[in-house]
Design a protein around this ligand. Structure first.
Ligand code: ATP
Ligand code: MG
Length: 575
């Protein structure tokens, strides 16, 4: 393609609204344009990248026996009512009505549609397992669409659904997808990690998220520093290891002390000249049913996801000051578990090992010292409800855990019979008995993967595409477009490359060399061929690698081979 004919509207300035680097560079390099908040045009260069990522995904899904189909984006509300999700999905669901007033939504995901489809057409165990997938636009009216393609309201997703005879079948399908996802993200040249993730209130179901490591990531992951241990988890899910044995010390007498204006753990620790580990932190929450008190050690944070999963509730919010006053009799900052009536107490395991601790006295400016769990208060639930931080021991091997930020590009999930049960989707087994399909679902964010690749592959001049997903492999540019010989030689090299199956562009624009170099670096072609007078005099052109700026002179008759071998060296496997 000639650059003069391409739609690549590069910008000089970075639009102010773009906070993260992928958003900035995709706008600046002419890949995307916004249509509405979280809704983007994918211009020709972006579309080429998307199609390459999709192709990698297709190959890996098909290799595992996946079959591609296409389901409707517009979905009837009845199916969502049948699964029970119409009312619980909330404002993220784009809802619409047809001319007859019937409810529909734009698909954020397709469990309802596919379960109905399979229920209608699969009757026998002989037709299982079944792996069905599609690649299409998804719609979610996100509360905060941001970061360009990383969190859109319209985005491209690959979603695959597995249907199996039983749990063992599901385990096998899950493992296939786990392997396929590793292959997909490796082939996209991403630095990623599969992490154990939270499966929500359903509980007990396996799920992994595939996280691309990047500082702009919205998720925090913890992983083991040990080389032989592969433990990695979303912070939401990371398991805490109890630190040591219960302290052996005589239990002292409970006492109330005056602690003026000590409303925070830090205030209190400073006032009493103790470390926060000696203090019990009590935080009140409300659910749709009750108020509860959650207790962790003073130096810890509550993991609200763990707390939520522990409680059988739909909503969980921090209690407001009025509730705190009504329940404890004191203003915010002085809550404690002793004589705290009428609320259930969820206590972190670590708190139960504390001896002669300090906590709020449920009175303004008062705290209790020598508090002993079990003696001075009775927990209702004791479990792990705290956030795990870097430096803590790995639950698998005891080595140190480290923290990193991650972008979730994919997730694999064992659904079990959640949807088949709700929607009564069964098949007949070998004895003619009806059984529920055992299902899994597996998503990859295609547009998010593209943005994540930019987050990991860029420098101050622009994007550096890995060749496997680059929009084009190489840009050919004559230094002086007015020099007819140079121009003709560049055009001929471009032709040779295209004929040899290399994806090349020819920068034929009547621009200064500097402008063309700048644009090529910004767009991020992995290689650049520069055709200049000096080189041509010696029968050579210049080959530049975008990744490291390395320049080599190569003979005119060896351009195609040099380009191909350099692309292979950079990781391209198909040339
Ligand atoms: P998140 O926690 O980031 O909101 P999710 O867990 O709700 O995502 P899934 O339902 O697991 O997302 O969807 C599968 C994949 O689709 C995700 O792993 C992600 O790559 C992609 N995805 C989800 N939401 C968005 C979005 N708003 N914009 C772009 N990609 C998205
Ligand atoms: Mg997810």
């Amino acid at each position: 393609m000639k650059v003069s004919e391409m739609l690549v509207p590069t910008l000089r300035e970075i639009p102010a609204e773009a906070e993260v680097i992928s958003h900035q560079l995709l706008l600046k390099a002419g890949f995307i344009r916004k249509a509405a908040a979280g809704v983007y045009n994918l211009l020709p260069l972006a579309w080429r990248v998307v199609r390459k990522i999709e192709q990698i995904i297709r190959e890996e899904m098909d290799r595992q026996g996946g079959q591609e189909l296409m389901m409707p984006i517009v979905q009837p509300a009845e199916l969502w009512r049948e699964s029970g999700r119409w009312d619980v999905y909330g404002p993220e669901l784009f809802r619409l009505k047809d001319r007859h007033g019937r409810d529909f939504c734009l698909g954020p995901t397709h469990e309802e549609i596919i379960t109905t489809l399979v229920k209608g057409d699969i009757n026998s165990y002989k037709q299982l397992p079944l792996l069905l997938y599609q690649i299409q636009n998804k719609y979610r009216d996100e509360r905060r669409p941001r970061f360009g393609l990383l969190r859109g309201r319209e985005f491209i997703m690959k979603d695959l659904y597995s249907f199996d005879y039983d749990q063992a079948g599901l385990d096998a399908s899950y493992n296939k997808m786990y392997e396929a996802y590793n292959n997909v993200f490796s082939r996209c040249a991403l630095d990623f990690r599969p992490v154990v993730a939270d499966s929500g209130a359903i509980g007990g179901k396996d799920t992994h998220e595939f996280m691309v490591l990047a500082d702009s990531g919205e998720a925090t992951i913890v992983y083991c520093e040990g080389n032989d241990c592969s433990y990695a988890a979303n912070e939401e899910r990371a398991e805490a290891v109890m630190s040591g044995e219960k302290e052996v010390a005589p239990l002292l007498e409970l006492k109330k002390i005056h602690t003026p204006d000590c409303r925070t753990i830090a205030d209190l620790a400073a006032f009493l000249k103790i470390t926060p580990e000696r203090i019990i932190k009590t935080i009140l929450y409300t659910t749709e049913k009750e108020t509860i008190a959650a207790l962790v050690r003073g130096d810890r944070e509550i993991n609200e996801i763990k707390l939520y999963n522990t409680l059988d509730c739909v909503r969980l919010d921090m209690a407001n000051p009025n509730t705190i006053l009504a329940v404890t009799g004191a203003q915010t900052g002085f809550a404690g578990p002793v004589k705290l009536k009428s609320v259930r107490m969820v206590v972190d395991s670590e708190v139960m090992a504390m001896v002669n601790a300090v906590c709020g006295a449920n009175e303004a400016d008062q705290h209790l010292v020598n508090v002993n769990p079990g003696r001075d208060f009775e927990p209702d639930i004791v479990t792990d409800i705290r956030l795990v931080k870097s430096g803590e021991p790995c639950p698998n091997c005891g080595n140190k855990l480290l923290e990193a930020r991650g972008i979730e590009v994919g997730q694999v999930f064992k659904l079990g019979d959640k949807y088949s049960k709700a929607m009564n989707a069964t098949f007949l087994d070998e004895n003619g008995q009806a059984r529920l399909f055992i299902m899994g679902c597996y998503g990859i964010g295609v547009t998010r993967t593209m943005a994540a690749a930019v987050e990991q592959n860029h420098d101050e001049r622009g994007i550096i595409w890995p060749p496997q997903i680059a929009p084009y492999h190489v840009a050919v540019l004559p230094v002086n477009h007015k020099d007819e010989h140079q121009f003709a030689m560049a055009a001929s090299i471009y032709r040779q490359l295209v004929d040899a199956g290399v994806e090349a562009v020819f920068d034929d624009r009547p621009e200064r060399a500097g402008v063309k170099f700048k644009d090529a670096d910004l767009v991020g072609y992995p290689l650049r061929i520069t055709v200049g007078a000096k080189g041509l005099a010696g029968g050579q052109v210049e080959l530049t690698t975008r990744q490291n700026g390395e320049m080599k002179m190569i003979p005119l008759d060896g351009v195609v081979d040099a380009v191909k071998s350099n692309l292979r060296r950079l990781g391209h496997t198909r040339l």
